[in-house]
Design a binder for this molecule. Structure first.
Ligand code: BV8
Length: 241
């Protein structure tokens, strides 16, 4: 599959990327809609990634995150992460909770849904810490307040997105002349609404996905294929650039 490189994409300083789980899929990180396997097949990620799920069975939720953290701990950035990171003057908005864009060298990354490599107090007492993905901590009480359990520093379904991150993402979209949307089903809100905002502001929208998605009608260019293969071609400098 060959993708026409787009010189404007390479030259613009007002580019923004918006990514979802499909960007990290080639790195071996399961997407949110991938069928879960084994013991987890009978569980619904929408329930597990929610305050209700955590209240109902905190041990089950932390076991699920421990499994995902170990999987992420084995993963490395792919050529898609590296191609985006090479656009050092772009803003990279991601729904992903992994740090693969940063590990590929990206400096301006906005995590709308938080960071799986961090834990925080569920009662928001202010305590949080980085965790070792290869040795995920067990269910524990907050070491600072002792009142609440500790949970991953991610945004669960039904939880608000961090205000500062959201405002910076909206500001980036409002000034963008180009948006690359990669590896997202564009079903989760309010994150996916950023694509419509970019469209209304007149940005050129490129969508990179292996499958059709909910925002395809907003795209000016649809590139069907895997993020790790399409992005290096689309951004046309390959890996050495
Ligand atoms: C909130 C962290 C206010 C946890 C995640 C309208 C407005 C506002 C809210 C809502 C609304 N409608 C509904 C809601 C509620 C809800 C929502 O959106 N529900 C949906 C599902 C209907 N939203 C919320 O609750 C949000 N909060 O709105 O606060 C509020 C408060 C109270 C009450 C109401 C409102 C919070 C949402 C955040 C959820 N947290 N992650 C964790 O990860 O553990 S979201 C989760 O899904 C991941 O972050 C994931 O990234 C994200 C989105 O999914 P995708 O990234 O798109 O991944 P997915 O698996 O879906 O698709 C993968 C794609 O990649 C596919 O298209 C596939 O084809 C493609 N692909 C696969 N391989 C490749 C590839 N593409 C390219 N190359 C490949 N190789």
């Amino acid at each position: 599959m060959s993708v026409e490189p787009c010189s404007h994409l390479r030259e613009t300083s007002r580019g923004v990327s918006f990514s979802g789980a499909g960007l990290s899929a080639p790195s071996g990180v399961a997407t949110f809609r991938d069928k879960m396997e084994g013991h987890w097949a009978k569980h619904d990620p929408m329930q597990l990634a929610s305050p209700q799920g955590f209240a109902r069975d905190p041990q089950l939720v932390m076991d699920w995150y421990a499994m995902r953290r170990l999987q992420m701990g084995q993963s490395s950035p792919n050529d898609g992460h590296r191609s985006l990171a090479a656009r050092s003057n772009w803003v990279h908005i991601t729904q992903n909770t992994d740090d693969l864009l940063e590990r590929a060298g990206a400096t301006d990354v906005l995590h709308l849904h938080g960071h799986i490599n961090r834990d925080r107090c569920h009662g928001r007492c202010g305590w949080s810490e980085a965790i070792d993905l290869t040795d995920p901590p067990p269910l524990r009480s907050c070491p600072a307040c002792g009142e609440y359990k500790v949970r991953p520093d991610v945004v669960w379904f039904g939880e608000m997105l961090p205000d500062d991150v959201w405002s910076r993402a909206v500001a980036a979209i409002e000034q963008a002349d180009t948006l690359i949307v990669v590896g997202t089903s564009a079903l989760v809100q309010p994150a996916a609404s950023l694509i419509g905002l970019a469209n209304r502001r007149g940005a050129a929208i490129h969508i990179v996905n292996t499958e059709p998605g909910a925002a395809d009608d907003l795209a000016h260019h649809l590139h069907v294929g895997s993020a790790h293969e399409v992005l290096p071609q689309l951004l046309s400098e390959g890996l050495g650039g």
